[in-house]
Design a binder for this molecule. Structure first.
Ligand SMILES: Nc1nc2c(ncn2[C@@H]2O[C@H](COP(=O)(O)OP(=O)(O)OP(=O)(O)O)[C@@H](O)[C@H]2O)c(=O)[nH]1
Ligand SMILES: [Mg+2]
Length: 473
């Protein structure tokens, strides 16, 4: 069984060759272990040049060791960082030496860190959370920062890591708790006629809380677009210019373009940053009903699968064939098939390509809002297309301070909070409001909010009540 109290070890740097590679250990009381491993004691937070030897005394590496004494470390436990030369074989030898030293001890030998094991993914950060070095949103921000797909995503992740998101959640929670205290007091001390719930103050407080949640939710939704990116799939008949569009958007020659129908066989994807938002754009095989080619058929199946997973579908059509009845019928067949699909339908953006082939002065009339005319060849209309993609994804032009790099979990919890607040509000506006029901909705709202930062506890409220209220009066 995996034990939380066991010391853990991992290579902390990315795989591959680099100037420096780091092996990190976290556990309780590392000092005796360090003494045996490196043959000397380390001063906390002082970089010390050491030699690390194998069991027979041969040097494995010359490295810089850093020791962080609990609680002043990333995990809150004692942490040892061994900064060796950055080769994968070498780092594995260092790791194995540490494991061997910990796990091949004589039964009576009580000097060393026993039971050292490989860390699970994210376990150092999990320990930081369990030891209250970070709250849950900050712990999540660590991962978001590391995996940020664009500069804007990285900038907002660091803000979450520095506690901006948690700070706003906690401010909101304070207001909610204050309201709860007043409601609970009205229940507990009816004789004092705290007729609070019918007052203007109750209404104002609840409106303020609601507006606050809405603002946080807005910033959170923006952050989700930024952290998770938007999956865009380009689909359409062969030769409509899907690969040309993909290349024009990404600025790379990723896909092969040719006038032969059925050029693209596999799904090809590229990440394109539009105003700092990562769009994962996929070029797919041209869709047609009766392909005879085995490989093309597989490509078409893959295209359909990818369409079902899209957040936004670009349905590309060749404008120069807009008078060709059989071409338009085939377009209709594709759109019908998408509509009939059981899976949630993505928003469709109808894009007409090859405007450059139109006779000069031809009138392009939009039939619906989600239509756009472009030329993948000349670049005409591409800026419009990008703006439309941003709009459909729900992105608004924001400064970094208007975004929390958040996840679905946060949005869900905030939605639940909002729902409970709205119910409480309804009860309050009732001609005979039930205090118990209002109190219950507010309690649930607070629980959901506490889920965001990960410190839900029913003891919280009691503590707050006693410290805020002079209950013995
Ligand atoms: N004039 C003009 N030609 C274009 C434009 N976009 C693409 N083409 C040409 O149309 C042909 C097909 O382009 P592709 O990008 O390979 O088309 P596709 O939709 O990926 O085709 P498949 O992979 O076969 O499904 C090529 O000869 C391109 O040069 C455009 O905007 N204007
Ligand atoms: Mg293609």
């Amino acid at each position: 069984m995996i034990e939380r109290s066991q010391p853990i070890i991992a290579i902390a740097t990315a795989p591959g060759i680099g100037a420096v590679g780091i092996v990190r250990i976290s556990g309780v009381k590392l000092e005796p272990f360090i003494q045996t491993l490196l043959g000397k004691n380390l001063l906390p937070r002082v970089a010390t040049l050491c030699e690390l030897n194998d069991a027979a005394g041969a040097t494995i590496d010359q490295l810089v060791a850093l020791y962080f004494l609990s609680p002043n470390s990333y995990t809150g436990e004692d942490v040892l960082e061994l900064q060796g030369h950055g080769g994968p074989i070498l780092l594995n030898m260092i790791l194995e030496r540490c494991l061997e030293l910990s796990n091949n001890q004589q039964p009576m030998q009580k000097t060393l860190l026993k039971g050292l094991r490989l860390a699970r993914p994210g376990e150092f950060t999990e320990r930081a959370f369990l030891n209250a070095k970070l709250d849950l949103t900050q712990a999540e921000a660590v991962m978001d920062l590391i995996s940020a797909g664009t500069k804007l995503a990285a900038q907002s992740a660091i803000r979450s890591l520095q506690g901006e998101f948690s700070k706003d959640i906690n401010k909101l929670k304070k207001k909610l708790i204050y309201l709860r205290i007043l409601v609970e007091a009205s229940i507990d001390f009816p004789e004092e006629e705290i007729d609070f719930i019918k007052s203007e103050q109750a209404r104002e407080l609840i409106t303020e809380i609601k507006e606050n949640i809405e603002l946080i939710l807005f910033k959170t939704r923006q952050g989700k677009v930024l952290s998770q990116g938007v999956r865009v799939v380009i689909a359409g008949q062969p030769n409509s210019g899907k690969s040309s569009l993909m290349n024009a958007l990404s600025g790379e020659e990723t896909s092969i373009v040719s006038s032969i129908e059925g050029t693209t066989r596999d799904v090809l994807s590229e990440t394109v940053s539009i105003s700092g938002v990562p769009f994962y754009i996929s070029d797919t095989a041209g869709l047609r009903k009766n392909s005879e080619d085995e490989v093309e058929k597989i490509g078409i199946q893959r295209a359909w699968r990818r369409i079902k997973e899209a957040d936004i579908l670009i349905f590309l059509s060749d404008l120069s064939r807009n008078e060709d009845k059989s071409y338009l019928e085939k377009n209709d067949w594709i759109l019908e098939t998408i509509k009939e699909g059981e899976i949630v339908k993505p928003p469709v953006l109808y894009v007409y390509n090859k405007t450059d082939l139109l006779k000069e002065g031809s009138l392009l009339k939009k039939v619906s809002e989600n239509e756009i005319f472009i030329s993948a060849k000349t670049g005409e209309g591409l800026q419009n297309l990008k703006e439309m993609l941003l709009e459909i994804s729900g992105w608004k032009k924001n400064g970094v301070e208007d975004i929390y790099l958040a996840r679905q979990r946060h949005i869900q919890a905030l939605n639940n909070t909002e729902e409970n607040i709205k119910k409480a509000e309804q009860w309050i506006s009732n001609s005979a409001p039930s205090l118990e029901l209002i109190a219950e909705e507010l309690r649930l709202a607070q629980n959901s909010l506490s889920e965001v930062t990960g410190e839900f506890s029913s003891e919280d409220l009691l503590g707050e009540i006693f410290s805020n209220f002079c209950i013995g009066k």
